[in-house]
Design a protein around this ligand. Structure first.
Ligand code: ADP
Ligand code: MG
Length: 571
């Protein structure tokens, strides 16, 4: 785990050395002051050598300016280092999540995933900066001070060190409690995020069912859990810090009394006592630093552990070592005895075989839940099949890169996802380097140009989150324009018009028909009227493909298709 962490320093070695070196020098300088006070009180003041005192003052002043510069470097560049490391990790995490397969997203809530990227990494920058620096510096100061103390007065030093173990025990046990408490708060905030994502994405449902109060209570529950967890964390923190305050005051008290007695007995000078007191308070500083470092370490490491957990999830579907890029295909698709299940237990289908010729339009119909969407998502290899093989132009899709495979396929679904951005951005998602002419041409083909021109800012109109300002038909037309731009040889229309009213559906059908020209097209549809362009129809049920043929053939067969057709259109 530590090695995984230190790996991130490699890219920032100069910055790290600058920070580290400055912190080291700063802590050495800090050791000078009490010694100087000691000398001034014991030697210079009795000699009444004010000139030397002033000279020492000037010397100290310059020393403090250097100390100031070092301090600035430590605080600024140290945190810069931490932030850079956090940036690298966040980027790595995002890139990794992009690589994960659909199964991961099926099984994890968006809010939880977001929480990892946003919150868990927050404290890592603190750890990355303070971790190595403080540990080393504090140790240097600690050891340095210890020897100076011992040199000044060993009896008093031993007395203090008799109290130390108790202090160490106290802080270690309190720190363990704090770790537990902070881990708990982190879990609770992830819950809040998930809850938030749910209520906000589903705001239409919430309002339509007037379930605002229900959502409020659910949120309050999560919020309350977080509050309690946080309160508990602060309670242990309060116990820790006030306890440490008390113990350090107590040590000062012991030094004052015992040292006073030593002075009284002429075993120690006044200057030594003052210097000793200053060193003792300095001694407590690195000790506290190590303690608070423990806290940073706890929360940072907890975040890092969760970071690693995701980084260690292997994408389920990866390109084969020798995977070749698939050129623009002709679009011949073959399913050869394909078996698939989402969970390796219940198979959605066990033995599907069919052939689709390049440029052909076929339809898949069947009851809801039969596996039509699933079947379509196997072609771009969104999920891995268990048995059999899928070939495109005779090439097993497992032998080609996922990127090149998916570049050959366009999918239009019932629910269009539009990204935050302009109309132009959303169409150009199909081909990010498209020129304006290309975008307009695609929009025209999709019957979208006219309505886009009527929008306030035309192609530059900003679409709200998830495109709430557009109607279903308009969104669908943008999605179609996107595919025109992408221009894939294979097209999958999965219930593309199911959510639309009849009139809109007619218009969209035209665009879809234009889109399907010269492409291998799979139409998945509930409404049988929408598949009239399909040359062949496959009827898919839980038992697999039960019927296959043209509309006429299937009608005359008087099987399941015939019954579905009659149910929708009467006899
Ligand atoms: P259709 O599109 O024909 O309505 P689907 O392909 O969506 O059917 O679903 C087929 C079966 O697979 C259903 O039983 C459904 O519950 C299940 N299913 C669909 N998507 C997933 C998923 N992401 N994870 C697990 N099971 C799923
Ligand atoms: Mg479906």
């Amino acid at each position: 785990m530590i090695r995984e962490f230190t790996k991130y320093y490699r890219a920032h070695v100069p910055l790290f050395l600058l920070d580290f070196g400055s912190a080291f020098l700063a802590s050495l300088l800090d050791l000078v002051f009490p010694k100087v006070v000691n000398i001034v009180i014991d030697d210079l003041l009795p000699q009444r050598n004010i000139q030397l005192v002033i000279r020492i003052g000037i010397f100290l002043f310059f020393l403090y300016i250097i100390r100031y510069i070092l301090g600035y470097i430590v605080h600024y560049y140290g945190h810069t280092l931490g932030t850079k490391i956090e940036y690298d990790m966040r980027q790595d995490l995002f890139n990794h999540i992009q690589k994960l397969s659909f199964t991961y997203f099926d099984n994890n809530k968006t809010g939880h995933i977001m929480s990892r990227i946003v919150n868990d990494l927050n404290e890592i920058s603190e750890l990355a900066h303070h971790g190595p620096e403080d540990l080393f510096i504090a140790s240097v100061t600690l050891i340095g001070t210890f020897f100076i103390l011992l040199n000044t007065n060993w009896q008093l030093t031993l007395l203090i060190f008799a109290i130390m173990p108790f202090m160490a025990w106290f802080s270690i046990s309190k720190n363990q409690q704090m770790e537990q408490a902070f881990r708990n708060t982190r879990l609770k905030i992830a819950d809040i995020n998930a809850q938030l994502e749910d209520s906000i994405s589903g705001i239409r449902e919430v309002k339509a069912f007037t379930n605002e109060d229900y959502e409020k209570i659910k949120f309050q529950f999560g919020n309350e859990g977080f509050r309690q967890a946080k309160q508990k964390a602060y309670k242990t923190m309060a116990e820790f810090f006030s306890g440490m305050d008390f113990l350090s005051n107590f040590i000062n008290l012991v030094v004052l009394i015992a040292g006073g007695w030593l002075c009284y007995s002429n075993m120690m000078t006044t200057g030594e006592l003052v210097g000793f007191l200053l060193y003792v308070s300095m001694f407590l500083q690195p000790l506290r630093r190590i303690m608070s470092l423990l806290e940073i370490y706890q929360s940072g490491m907890a975040g890092f552990r969760r970071f690693r957990e995701i980084m260690e999830i292997e994408p389920e579907i990866v390109d084969k070592p020798g995977a070749i890029p698939l050129d623009k295909v002709r679009g011949n698709i073959v399913f050869d005895n394909v078996a698939f299940s989402y969970d390796n237990k219940t198979e959605v289908f066990s033995n599907i075989s069919f052939k689709i010729n390049a440029g052909e339009t076929v339809a898949f119909v069947g009851p809801s839940g039969a596996g039509k969407t699933t079947l379509a998502s196997l072609i771009p290899r969104f999920y891995e099949i268990e048995e059999g093989a899928i070939y495109i132009d005779g090439i097993d899709i497992r032998n080609v890169t996922q990127k090149s495979l998916r570049q050959n396929i366009g999918i239009v679904q019932q629910n269009v996802f539009l990204f935050t951005g302009t109309v132009r951005d959303n169409i150009a998602y199909g081909k990010p380097d498209a020129s304006d002419e290309e975008i307009i041409k695609a929009a025209k083909k999709a019957n979208a140009h006219d309505f886009i021109m009527e929008l306030e800012n035309g192609y530059d109109t900003y679409i709200g989150e998830r495109g709430v300002k557009l109607s279903g038909g308009q969104k669908q037309r943008l999605a179609i324009a996107r595919i025109f731009l992408k221009d894939p040889p294979i097209l999958i229309l999965d219930e593309a018009t199911s959510a639309l009213d009849n009139e809109t559906e007619q218009i969209i059908q035209e665009s879809l028909f234009a889109l399907s020209k010269n492409r291998t097209t799979l139409i998945i549809a509930h409404r049988l009227a929408t598949i009239r362009h399909a040359g062949r129809i496959f009827v898919l049920t839980k038992d697999g493909i039960v019927e296959e043929g043209s509309h006429q053939e299937l009608i005359s067969k008087q099987g399941l298709y015939y019954r579905l057709y009659n149910a929708q259109f009467g006899s």
